[in-house]
Design a protein around this ligand. Structure first.
Ligand code: C2O
Length: 488
């Protein structure tokens, strides 16, 4: 039996659900870890041998219909998996439950869980010509298309056009474990669970691979060839944190390539794949939003790269890299804080690592100012002040937002005067509609922190929701996605 030709085919074994054993893994590829002058690169190699077309999508009776943006769909943010409300977690679970059920009830429906996973397999060498969307500048655009159609399918299955995929913000110190919804409960009753994970719910990805410092190093380059890769090689994010997270989920010791996540052809069988890739997609936007000459590949063939996917109505669509550059207007989702050009990465200091939720009480955030930042600020002609950025500010509709901001004054309350030296000012957001369900768009404000701080190594920022007359507001609910300092 072990001599049968099928048994020597790794994919065949995996499809029979025997991927977990060491003996099965042995014939499989090894993850490669290469150290370069730029830091550790966690590369993920696709399998070499496979059954031909074993993961081909169902054929379509009709030729592909070119993608067109659906402007009737609202543009809504993809949120960090760590900040989902319990209602949002439930929707996410319901959607994947329906996706899995589709595979049971109709295995040939191109939208079902296994068919979706096979799309990734097919495009990483599983098609007859063996071409691969990894390890080149196809990587970002192809995965953006794939996630978009996957997101629309999930939304359709739960009848909710506002459904958006979450992202796994692993660079954040508080998000180094697999996001809770995916492991809670950690058994098959949870549609987000995958039995083929080596990482346990409490294992943490080592900071040295994925920290904000590592990400700042990756985001620093202004060359698309470095960040996004070229026609013939992958970029530094693909071969860095992207690869390590895949490998780590399969085997947290980083020793073996363990399906599902640790092997490309099976990776998308784990719902975690899509939240990991949503973060990769977000960093593409973060990288471009820094400005400073960063662009998508200027190679004229890049925007014309074209692929096909089934959409939420099982219609085969063709879509190009050029179609997905403007993801907000064309794909109807956003990432908070990526629309504004930020200061150069090395001058940016994250103050908060998860969204700050404000109700009616003041919140104080403490931050250490590293010497780089104040010396950078001090060097600048006439010692320019530091700027405090509050990005992705959001509040429910019908509610004005007034927040006073103080530096090094943790006792500040709504009654504290804005005219004292520790006051940095305030921001106010006007609701744009009183219609039911209307949301404020995300806003970003920048406040100068002033030269007084240069040379200091500590800053505390107190955000004070306020109403007139020194009163606290009644029902304020404001969230701020991220707060950071820059010397720009
Ligand atoms: Cu298509 Cu993370 O791999």
């Amino acid at each position: 039996m072990s001599d049968s030709p099928e048994r020597s085919d790794p994919l065949g074994q995996l499809e029979r659900g025997e991927g977990g054993g060491i003996a099965t893994r042995r014939g499989f590829l090894k993850a490669s870890l290469i150290t370069t002058g730029l830091g550790l690169i966690g590369g993920l190699t696709p399998p070499m041998a496979r059954a031909q077309d074993s993961c081909a999508p169902p054929s379509s009776p009709n030729p592909p219909v070119p993608f067109k943006p659906d402007t009737s769909v609202p543009i809504l943010p993809r949120k960090s998996a760590a900040s989902l409300t319990s209602a949002e977690i439930q929707k996410l679970k319901d959607a994947y439950k329906a996706l899995r059920q589709l595979t049971e009830s109709n295995p040939n429906d191109p939208r079902g869980w296994m068919q979706q996973a096979n799309v990734h397999c097919f495009y990483c060498g599983g098609n007859a010509d063996g071409s691969d969307i990894h390890q080149s500048y196809r990587f970002f655009a192809w995965h953006r298309c794939y996630l978009y159609f996957h997101e629309r399918i999930l939304g359709k299955l739960i009848n909710d056009p506002t459904f958006r995929l979450p992202y796994w913000d692993w660079s954040n110190t508080n998000s180094r474990t697999i996001p809770k919804p995916y492991t809670n409960p950690n058994d098959p009753s949870n549609p987000l669970f995958d039995a083929n994970r080596g990482a346990t719910p409490t294992d943490k990805i080592p900071a040295q691979y994925v920290s904000q410092t590592v990400m700042n190093g990756i985001l620093r380059t202004t060359r698309w060839q470095t960040f996004m890769g070229t026609n013939t090689r992958g970029g530094n994010l693909e071969n860095g944190p992207h690869g390590i997270v895949h490998i780590w989920v399969g085997d947290p010791t980083l020793q073996d390539a363990v399906p599902d996540m640790g092997v490309l052809e099976t990776a998308a069988r784990d719902p975690l794949f899509f939240t990991h890739h949503s973060n990769i997609d977000r960093y593409w936007a973060v990288w471009l939003a820094q400005g400073g000459g960063r662009t998508n590949p200027t190679d004229p063939s890049w925007p014309k790269l074209q692929w096909t996917f089934y959409d939420e109505n099982s219609v085969l669509r063709s879509i190009t890299a050029g179609d997905v550059v403007n993801f907000q207007s064309n794909l109807r989702y956003s990432y908070p804080g990526t629309t504004v050009a930020h200061a150069a990465a090395q001058a940016v200091l994250p103050v908060t690592e998860k969204p700050v939720e404000l109700s009616s009480q003041p919140v104080t955030l403490k931050v250490a100012i590293p010497p780089e930042l104040h010396s950078l600020s001090a060097q600048a002609a006439s010692a320019r002040p530091l700027s405090l950025h509050l990005a992705g500010i959001e509040a429910p509709g019908k509610q004005p937002v007034v927040v006073h901001v103080f530096a090094n004054n943790p006792k500040a309350s709504a009654a504290t005067s804005l005219a004292i030296p520790s006051s940095l000012g305030y921001f106010a957001i006007v609701p744009s509609s009183l219609k039911e369900g209307h949301q404020h768009g995300k806003r970003e404000v920048t406040i100068e922190v002033g030269k007084g701080l240069i040379g200091q190594n500590q800053l505390s920022v107190t955000l004070v929701p306020a109403a007139a007359g020194g009163k606290a507001p009644k029902n304020t609910k404001v969230s701020v996605d991220s707060i950071y300092l820059s010397a720009d």
